[in-house]
Design a protein. Sequence first.
Length: 116
Amino acid sequence: MALTGISLALTAPAQARTAACTSLSNGVLCTVLANRNYDWAQVQNSYEKTGGSTITARFGHYNRGGTWWDQGAFTQSAGTTRYFTWPGSDYGDCSSVVGFMDSGGKHYEVPPVTVC
């Protein structure tokens, strides 16, 4: 018996999104899974401040039900970029990481990133 009228759609596997950014009114907040080695990576947050007055802020990220913070609040003025990188971890379980920044009583999140 011959089969006719059947077509198969082949798709490539999904690509891991290891970097994501969010545009804010006075800059761009990003989270990157940096220095990757297979499933191992370091979480790095950055904020490029392009305008507005000086802020006081903190970086953090969510992963596996926990919250990780940077080493303390920092101040930042327009025209500068701040970074914080956490020690590496194994993300082979495909858990997502959501980076964030708190500043001026507001909470800003970046879309999730993952190694898978």
